[in-house]
Design a protein. Structure first.
Length: 558
C-alpha cells in the first residue's frame, strides 16, 4: 500500500479522502481499499461499485463464491497474500482474478508472470476478499489453527504410535495432526462421551455427544475427509488402505505426564467416505462411587446388600448409553478386595480396572461369553461379571454359577426390571432357575442434570401435575425447574444423573415367577412391595430440582 497508488490519488482528486485522513488511518489498514474505506466511511461494496464506474472494471459478488473452486494449481499463498488477489476461474489461457484495487498494475503483471496466464480483473468488496483468502488457506493447508493452538496441541502424544511413521506424517500433515488432537482435547474438556466424524457429499461435520445429546461442533473442509480419517486410523493402529470394511481400534492419548485417556474407535464405510465414531473411555467414571450415581437411599441399600451376598445374580438393564457399564464397574470396585477373585468377560473391555481379571471377547478365536464363563468357573472365582447375556447358553451357565456359590453380575437390553425376568424365561431358562438365582435387577436411564447456575422455577397447573403422575402430597410442596442456558452449561443442562428401578427378588416375587406371571403382573407386585419404577424415580428427581420434568418425560418415553 503506497501513498501514490493510482486508486488513492483518484479518490484524493475526487475529494473523497484527504492526505491528513490518510496519515491518521494508515497504520490501521493493510490494503489501499481498506484505507480508503476507513477514511471515507464507505463500505467495501460501495468502494467496489465506485471502481466499476470510475475504471470500467466488472464488479463481482464474492458472497456466492466457494473457495473449493479455486484452481488447485494456482493456490500460491505467498503471491496471493502479498498482492491480495484471488484466482477465481481459469478458461483456456485466461485467468479471472478478484481484486479490491483495479489500479494495482504491478501486482497483475507479477501474477501473469508467475502463472503464465493472461489475467482478467474483476473488482470485489475488500472485506469479502480478505475472508475468502483466509478460507482458502484454512482449507488447503489444513485447518484454522492459531499459533498458540498449534504449540499447545502439537505436544500431545499417542502412546505406542510407530515413531518413524509419526515423523514421516508430521512433515506433511502437521496441521491435520494438531487439528485432530485439538478436537480430542475439546471433547474431553466438554465432557463428551462420543465423537462422530462424518463425511457427506458437500460437507464434513464433527459432532460430540454431550450428556446424551449430539451437538455439531466443527465443519472442517470436505476436501480433508480422507486425510482426517487416515490420521485417526494411524492413531488407532488400523489399516489405512482398507476403506471397504468396518474396522475397530483404540487410541491412548497422553494428555499429561500422569494421565492418559483411552478412545475406542470404530470406522464404517459410507457413501462419501468413512464415518468414524470414537467413544471416550474415562476410567475415573468407574471410580465415582455409588453416592454420586443418583440412587435413592433405599435403592442404594438394596444394591449394596446384594453385593454383600456370597452368591446370586445382579442384572443391570437398559438401552445402549444408559450407564449400565458405570453401574457394574461401581459395584466391581466395591467388591475389589485382595481376598476376592474377580473375573470379567467384556465385549469390548472399556475400562481397565487394577486387581480385576478382564477378558476380551473374541468370537473369531471362539472366545465367546459362554466359553469365557466356562473357563472362569475352573479358575476358583468369587465374583464373575459377564458383559451381556445374549443367548440361552450364556444365561444357563450364568445361572448355574449364581446357584453354586458365586456372585454373578451381567447386563441385558430390556426396558424395565419385570421385562428382564420375562426375557430370561423367553430365552428358555426354566422359571425355577430364574426364581432361585436372580437376586436383584436394576433398570436404568441417564437424565441430564439441570445447570445449578441458571435453572429457573416452572409453574404447571395442578391438573397437569396429576396427569404427569405426582400425588397430592407431592404437589403441595412441589417446585419444578426448567432449563435456561448460560456460559457454564449446554442448553441449560450440565452432566447427567441416573434414574433407577431397583427390584429385589423377594419370596413373593419368586412365587409369581414360578406361577408363570407376565411382566405386567410382576410390575404390579413390585409396585405393591414398594419398589419405585423408572417413572416414579424420575418424578422424584424432578421434584428435588435435579432435572426437569421435560427431561424425565424424554428418558422414560412418557
Amino acid at each position: 500500500m503506497e501513498h501514490h497508488s493510482p486508486l488513492l490519488r483518484k479518490f484524493i482528486t475526487l475529494g473523497r479522502v484527504t492526505p491528513d485522513q490518510i496519515k491518521a488511518k494508515q497504520a490501521d489498514a493493510t490494503t489501499t481499499a481498506e484505507l480508503i474505506c476507513l477514511c471515507s466511511g464507505m463500505s467495501g461494496q460501495e468502494l467496489a461499485e465506485q471502481c466499476l464506474d470510475l475504471f470500467r472494471v466488472p464488479y463481482f459478488d464474492l458472497n456466492g463464491f466457494d473457495v473449493a473452486n479455486v484452481p488447485k494449481d494456482l493456490i500460491k499463498e505467498k503471491l496471493i497474500r502479498q498482492h491480495y488477489l484471488l484466482p477465481l476461474v481459469k478458461k483456456d489461457r485466461k485467468l479471472f482474478i478478484a481484486t479490491s484495487d483495479p489500479t494495482d498494475y504491478g501486482a497483475f503483471e507479477n501474477f501473469e508472470f508467475s502463472t503464465g496466464l493472461q489475467c482478467e480483473i474483476v473488482v470485489v468488496d475488500h472485506k469479502l476478499l480478505e475472508q475468502k483468502i483466509d478460507q482458502l488457506f484454512d482449507s488447503s493447508s489444513g485447518l484454522s489453527l492459531s499459533e498458540d493452538e498449534f504449540k499447545e496441541f502439537a505436544s500431545l502424544d499417542v502412546e505406542d504410535e510407530p515413531q518413524t511413521q509419526q515423523q514421516d506424517e508430521e512433515k506433511d500433515d502437521a496441521p491435520i495432526i494438531v487439528y485432530i488432537n485439538k478436537i480430542l482435547m475439546d471433547a474431553i474438556k466438554k465432557g463428551a462421551s462420543d465423537l462422530h466424524f462424518e463425511p457427506y457429499e458437500k460437507k464434513y461435520r464433527v459432532r460430540f455427544r454431550i450428556d446424551g445429546i449430539l451437538h455439531e461442533m466443527a465443519s472442517p473442509p470436505n476436501s480433508l475427509a480422507s486425510r482426517l480419517s487416515a490420521r485417526i486410523k494411524v492413531m488407532s493402529h488400523l489399516d489405512i488402505a482398507e476403506k471397504r470394511k468396518p474396522q475397530d481400534g483404540r487410541i491412548k492419548l497422553k494428555i499429561s505426564e500422569r494421565k492418559s485417556i483411552d478412545f475406542r474407535v470404530s470406522t464404517l464405510p459410507t457413501m462419501w467416505g468413512e464415518k468414524i465414531v470414537m467413544r471416550i473411555l474415562d476410567s475415573s467414571a468407574a471410580k465415582l462411587g455409588i453416592d454420586v450415581l443418583g440412587y435413592e437411599p433405599e435403592q442404594k441399600d438394596l444394591y449394596l446388600n446384594a453385593l454383600e451376598q456370597p452368591q446370586g445374580m445382579i442384572l443391570v438393564t437398559g438401552p445402549t448409553g444408559s450407564g449400565k457399564t458405570v453401574s457394574l464397574y461401581t459395584g466391581l470396585n466395591i467388591l475389589n478386595k485382595p481376598e476376592r477373585n474377580i473375573s470379567t468377560a467384556e465385549d469390548p473391555v472399556e475400562i481397565n480396572l487394577e486387581g480385576i481379571n478382564q477378558v476380551q471377547i473374541n468370537t473369531k478365536a471362539d472366545m465367546t461369553f459362554a466359553n469365557a464363563l466356562k473357563a472362569f468357573l475352573r479358575q476358583d472365582p468369587d465374583v464373575v461379571m459377564v458383559g451381556e447375556i445374549r443367548d440361552l447358553e450364556t444365561a444357563e451357565i450364568s445361572i448355574k454359577a449364581a446357584q453354586t456359590g458365586h456372585l454373578v453380575m451381567s447386563t441385558l437390553h430390556t426396558n424395565s426390571a419385570p421385562e428382564t425376568l420375562t426375557r430370561l424365561l423367553n430365552m428358555g431358562v426354566p422359571a425355577y432357575n430364574v426364581a432361585s438365582s436372580v437376586s436383584l435387577i436394576i433398570a436404568q436411564r441417564l437424565a441430564r442434570r439441570l445447570c445449578p447456575k441458571c435453572k429457573e422455577p416452572e409453574q404447571l397447573p395442578e391438573e397437569e401435575l396429576r396427569r404427569q403422575g405426582f400425588n397430592d402430597t407431592q404437589i403441595k410442596e412441589l417446585t419444578l425447574f426448567s432449563p435456561k442456558g448460560c456460559d457454564h452449561c449446554t442448553d441449560g443442562y450440565k452432566g447427567r444423573v441416573g434414574v433407577y428401578e431397583v427390584v429385589k427378588i423377594t419370596p413373593e416375587m419368586s412365587h409369581k415367577i414360578m406361577a408363570g406371571a407376565n411382566s405386567l403382573e410382576i410390575a404390579e407386585l413390585a409396585d405393591q412391595l414398594g419398589f419405585d419404577n423408572l417413572r416414579k424415580s424420575g418424578l422424584k428427581k424432578a421434584a428435588s430440582g435435579v432435572t426437569s420434568l421435560a427431561e424425565i418425560n424424554r428418558v422414560t418415553n412418557y
